[in-house]
Design a protein around this ligand. Structure first.
Ligand code: HEC
Ligand code: HEC
Length: 332
């Protein structure tokens, strides 16, 4: 019985390495599921991601604008912040964001941990302060116990909060898309149209910018290389961070993983459909005018990039105590 079990393990290991050897040599690589090393920290980060008490109103959580039931975005042109404020820019997905060179459209945060402190204190988003958010968490016995078990100290601070949120976000990877199956050697994973779309995507040069496991996120590039992009948005892109004129209108190349779920498109959310986004990219970035058929092929390929969405039990948030500062939903 024991010997037989070992025999199976060996056979599987051999099959596994043969499988790995067949990964196709392409500018896009398969996504691998995240390896969780500290489940307690991830669980705490998940609670914080879903907790609206990190906002002044007590109503807005990270999940409000990065809805994990909607591809990690809000599917709005630009986001709605505290007091129904109209946001200045489209909310990018948090799915696979751990794979990006930097965070935000202009890359102003180097890491997920650095990013996570931003929205809490942003007056146009959660409109709180780090100190007040910490006061809230510190007043909730369930949280204090959980911070103690994860970090070994019951003192809650913003460093621990952002570190736990980042640990949760690192698990938001979406492997096993049809395209990944094809990359790993399964010829039947893509149909003729999807494959034609990928060939066109590759041969016309989309992969110069959209490459790597996330099909983007590896560089900052000009929006409007061949033809200028017309927009009402005042976002300047990378120049706002580097102060260099040549970085004007350079944006982080977005990931195209799960792109069928993350409409509308571009930093200003102006392209409503994937067809529109592909047509604009072809024209503005590559000087190509695709036929309707060709646009359809590329869109068919892009839809094969939708992977397994994160699945988990909804977190139960520990209740506030009598001393927890009260939410202020209607206070300006
Ligand atoms: C009110 C809506 C809103 C809320 C709430 C919000 N975000 Fe965001 N998030 C955005 C927008 C809009 C951007 C893009 C901003 C930019 O690039 O200038 C963004 C960017 C990001 C990014 C960068 C993704 C990328 O590809 O560059 C991450 C990661 C992120 N948010 C995580 C969070 C976390 C964690 C929280 C909770 C602490 C949070 N967000 C709360 C709207 C929101
Ligand atoms: C020179 C680099 C470059 C090339 C080439 C390029 N892109 Fe992009 N792509 C970008 C950048 C930068 C953005 C973000 C622009 C913005 O939001 O203003 C983007 C955005 C997109 C988006 C919207 C994603 C989102 O979440 O908003 C899609 C879809 C897309 N590209 C597809 C393509 C396709 C298809 C091609 C080939 C026809 C292509 N791209 C070629 C750099 C490039």
């Amino acid at each position: 019985m024991k010997l037989k079990a070992i025999g199976i393990t060996v056979a599987l290991a051999v099959a596994g390495s043969a499988w790995a050897a067949t990964v196709r040599d392409e500018p896009i690589q398969p996504l691998e599921a995240a390896k969780v090393t500290n489940p307690g920290k991830v669980e705490l980060g998940k609670k914080l991601f879903f907790d609206p008490r990190l906002s002044r109103s007590g109503f807005i959580s990270c999940n409000s604008c990065h809805n994990l039931s909607m591809g990690g975005s809000d599917n709005l042109k630009t986001s709605i912040g505290h007091n129904w404020q109209e946001g200045p820019i489209n909310s990018p997905t948090v799915l696979n964001s751990s794979l990006a060179v930097a965070q935000f459209w202009d890359g102003r945060a180097a890491t997920l941990k650095e990013q996570a402190g931003g929205p809490i204190a942003n007056p146009g988003e959660m409109a709180f302060t780090h100190d007040l958010a910490i006061d809230v968490l510190q007043s909730i016995p369930g949280y204090v116990a959980e911070f103690k078990s994860v970090f070994g100290s019951s003192r809650v601070d913003i460093d621990k909060v952002t570190s736990a949120i980042a640990a949760f976000e690192e698990t938001l990877v979406t492997p096993n898309s049809a395209f990944d199956a094809w990359l790993k050697g399964d010829d039947k994973a893509l149909n003729t149209r999807e494959l034609a779309g990928y060939k066109l995507f590759k041969d016309s040069g989309c992969v110069a910018c959209h490459n790597g496991p996330a099909v983007g996120g590896t560089s900052f590039q000009k929006m409007g290389v061949v033809e200028p992009y017309k927009t009402a948005s005042t976002a300047e892109g990378r120049a706002g961070v580097t102060g260099k004129d040549e970085d004007r209108f350079n944006f982080k190349v977005p990931t195209l993983r799960n792109v069928e779920l993350t409409y509308p498109y571009f930093h200003d959310g102006a392209a409503q459909t994937l067809e529109e986004a592909v047509e604009i990219m072809g024209r503005l970035q590559l000087g190509r005018k695709y036929s309707q058929e060709e646009v359809g092929d590329i869109v068919a390929f892009l839809k094969t990039l939708t992977g397994d969405q994160p699945t988990f039990t909804m977190p139960m948030l520990p209740p506030s105590s009598n001393t927890t500062p009260k939410p202020r939903p209607f206070e300006k």
